[in-house]
Design a protein around this ligand. Structure first.
Ligand code: ZN
Ligand code: ZN
Ligand code: FE
Length: 760
């Protein structure tokens, strides 16, 4: 007889781990117990040596679908005898460091019950089990147990209670377990919050309203969506008007993969992601003749589609049988509404009704967004949030002290470290809004709380005006300033478990450079510890500062003047802006994002934008209508580490004058900039004896540009690191900052040249 005490670490709470251990132990004839503790799951088993070994094998090799086992510690303990195996109530001792599982789409078994007229959960919108349902968004504390979730206020009925206590049942210790008799209830409310219908009648009312082209707010897993019939032109236009959102694309929920396929061209990776339990929005090329209103994604050749991920979505889809715009419920760039009072206050004026319920959402969590890459290239996450957060990610260098990383300003995320792993929050949004800043504070608090992290180091951006920087420097913690583009480079290294040094092409909108200019087209030689800037885009003036972000034509003036020509704009402010440029009044920038903006404006595509990077996104969309084999690269000068696109600007303006079609010019721009960037990267690699180049920063969300650069670098015999699961945009900054702070904490400086100072 042998007795073992087994500590299982990883994401093992709220994923049916204890029932799995129970069933395995009973099957193997073992006695003992299992319980959650602050660090994971603890098992004590006694029985035949071989049976104990088999249990250990199963814990590691065949855990439940949602579990992620990172470590199993086995210790011999003296046999104690006993009969039977039991699941003990949670002990709250020890520090709570057990990871919380991600919110997971409804499983097939639960869906079958929802569809079965004889099942007691027939048409019940809150059906879930240990394999599926909400987690991160309903957990208020750890250890994960019903009282520590937003289900605390619901008392299970006898039938649910029986399932919960039956080790043979799929709902054994399923914390959000509920049924129509005891669980949350659906409600249809008027815009002012007055209840109009309950339960099934509420669902019917919502379906009827949506069918009639009305706009509804729908409470989901991580917040409210605004829903409208995606085929109805007038309804979609009305939603844009009420939401004050001109052009930013809306995501479309469809009933199943076949319906997604009818709208978009999907590769294997896109299809797999759509049906995966994470259920991201997948942005993929739109089929010509796809039946959605023109206002869903104006000016773009792609469409974001996703499948239902809660029983409520499934029931809505089954009732409507058509694509539904399901967009984050917020006004403009504010955070998504997630509490009922907030929804009524903020969304009431925008909607014709609210489909809501009484299961509170503890933490808001937007849908994740992934972009499909061409020809079997997989997916690139643009927004890592619901279904992914807060899954721990490994760090290339373990942190020897707890680190809080506060991210940048746009597309904000925050992160905390727990030794070898980093936990990145859900997508928070753009911190310039007060409501988003409050959401940022809540996210910091929640993550530290859930993972019992008491930070000793705070990693932050150098930009003195970022609210995240101000927040960080006011904390009484050791600061670790990380330059923006170094953080981008480190985020790419972190994703690949790479410590560097590598050459990093860091192309984005804007980031604060240590020389007081705004960087964004940089070539760095970087490791996790530090970096050296070895190249960059030719600097130009940004006339009007931030105004040049909203008005790309201003950047068009800057680049046209750099090329010595008169910009082809008719704006009445042209003379004034030209004056600013010619006198060099305004911040100096090397931003690649702003160059793409400028080119889009010079082509007459978009003089002003209504969302970040819109002009550049539309330039890429135009380019993608022309096959690469038909695209001719314009000249670009590369020398002394400087990429000078002036010859390109001159040629583009000449072609435009000749009436060359915009898509052809756009394709040529992508070839030109991509190849020139690769030449610059390859030269830096050769000079510094490096064989790897990382592509990072928001500009590399541009899959056409990325394709050109990757191909050229690979052709030069270099290894290329690109983003997949960590966003290339500022959503990845927090993980990059955490990786840098971890490396600085344990390694002596490794860069041959002077680095940006670590904590001072
Ligand atoms: Zn289920
Ligand atoms: Zn019940
Ligand atoms: Fe950036």
């Amino acid at each position: 007889m042998a007795r073992r005490r087994i500590a299982v670490h990883g994401t093992v709470q709220g994923v049916g781990f204890r029932p799995f251990v129970y069933r395995s132990a009973v099957e193997l004839g073992l006695v003992g117990f299992v319980h959650n503790d602050g660090a994971g799951v603890v098992v004590e088993v006694e029985g035949a040596e071989a049976a104990v070994a088999e249990l250990c094998r199963r814990l590691v090799e065949v855990p439940p679908p949602l579990a992620i086992v990172t470590a199993v510690d086995v210790a011999r303990v003296p046999p104690a005898g006993g009969t039977g195996f039991e699941i003990m109530t949670t002990t709250a001792e020890g520090p709570p460091v057990a990871p919380v599982a991600v919110d997971t789409a409804t499983c097939a078994a639960c869906l079958a019950e929802v569809d079965d007229p004889t099942d007691r959960r027939y048409r019940y919108p809150f059906t879930n089990c240990t394999d599926c349902g909400p987690r991160y968004t309903i957990v208020t504390a750890v250890p994960y147990d019903r009282p520590a979730t937003t289900m605390a206020g619901f008392t299970m009925c006898a039938a649910c209670e029986a399932e919960y206590h039956d080790p043979a049942d799929r709902r054994f210790h399923a914390q959000p377990n509920a049924c129509p008799a005891c669980g949350p209830r659906l409600r249809w409310c008027a815009p002012d919050g007055r209840p109009q219908a309950e339960g099934d009648a509420a669902l019917d009312a919502a379906v009827e309203a949506l069918r009639a082209g009305r706009i509804a707010a729908v409470k989901g897993i991580g917040g409210y969506h605004l829903a409208v019939d995606a085929v109805d032109d007038a309804a979609v236009t009305e939603l844009r008007r009420r939401k004050a959102r001109d052009a930013k694309p809306f995501a479309v929920m469809v009933p199943d993969v076949a319906a997604a396929e009818a709208l978009c061209e999907l590769g294997a990776a896109a299809r797999a992601a759509l049906v995966s339990p994470r259920r991201p929005i997948v942005v993929a090329p739109r089929r010509s003749g796809a039946t959605v209103a023109g206002g869903v994604a104006p000016g773009l050749g792609e469409l974001g589609v996703f499948l239902p991920y809660s029983p409520l979505h499934h029931l809505l889809m089954a009732g409507l049988r058509r694509p539904l715009v399901m967009t984050s419920a917020n006004l403009s760039d504010e955070p998504i509404a997630h509490t009922d009072a907030d929804a009524i206050a903020r969304l009431g004026p925008m909607v014709d009704g609210l489909l809501t319920h009484d299961r509170p959402i503890h933490i808001r969590c937007d849908d994740s967004v992934a972009r499909a890459l061409p020809e079997g290239g997989g997916l690139r996450l643009l927004r890592r949030s619901r279904g992914y957060a807060p899954e721990p990610q490994p760090l290339p260098v373990s942190a020897n002290r707890p680190i809080l990383a506060v991210g940048a300003e746009l597309k904000s995320t925050v992160a905390v470290t727990t030794g070898e792993a980093v936990i990145v929050s859900h997508h928070i949004g753009d911190l310039e809004h007060l409501a988003t800043y409050q959401s940022f504070l809540q996210a910091v608090d929640h993550l530290c709380h859930l993972y019992a992290v008491v930070p000793e180091v705070v990693a932050h951006d150098l930009h003195p005006e970022y609210l995240s920087t101000k927040f960080a420097t006011e904390l009484d913690l050791e600061p670790c300033p990380v330059q923006h583009h170094h953080a981008h480079a480190a985020s790419c290294l972190a994703e690949h478990g790479h410590r560097g040094p590598v050459v990093a092409l860091t192309f984005d909108g804007l980031g604060y450079g240590p020389d007081d200019t705004l960087w964004g087209g940089e070539v760095l030689v970087a490791d996790l510890h530090g970096f050296e800037r070895v190249g960059h885009l030719r600097p130009v003036t940004m006339p009007g500062g931030a105004a040049a972000i909203r008005e790309p034509w201003r950047m068009g003036v800057a680049w046209a003047r750099a090329a010595g020509v008169d910009p082809p704009f008719e704006d009445e402010r042209l003379a004034a802006v030209r004056h600013l440029v010619d006198r060099g009044h305004g911040p100096v920038t090397t931003s690649m994002g702003r160059l793409f903006d400028a080119l889009a404006a010079l082509l007459g595509l978009r003089p002003t934008v209504s969302y970040e990077a819109q002009a550049a996104i539309e330039l890429e969309a135009a380019a993608r209508t022309v096959p690469r084999s038909e695209a001719a690269a314009y000249p670009v000068e590369v020398g002394d580490g400087v990429l000078d696109p002036v010859p390109l600007v001159t040629a583009v303006l000449a072609d435009r004058g000749k009436g060359t079609p915009v898509p052809v010019i756009a394709a040529g721009i992508h070839e030109a900039v991509g190849r020139a960037a690769a030449v610059l990267g390859a030269a830096a690699a050769e000079e510094h004896g490096l064989a790897t180049v990382a592509l990072t920063g928001g500009v590399f969300q541009n899959v056409r540009l990325s394709e050109v650069v990757e191909e050229a670098l690979a052709g030069a015999g270099l290894r290329v690191l690109t983003h997949r699961l960590v966003p290339a945009n500022d959503g990845g900054i927090s993980i990059g900052q955490a990786a840098v702070a971890a490396a600085r904490g344990v390694q002596p400086p490794t860069m041959p040249q002077p680095c940006w100072p670590s904590s001072s």
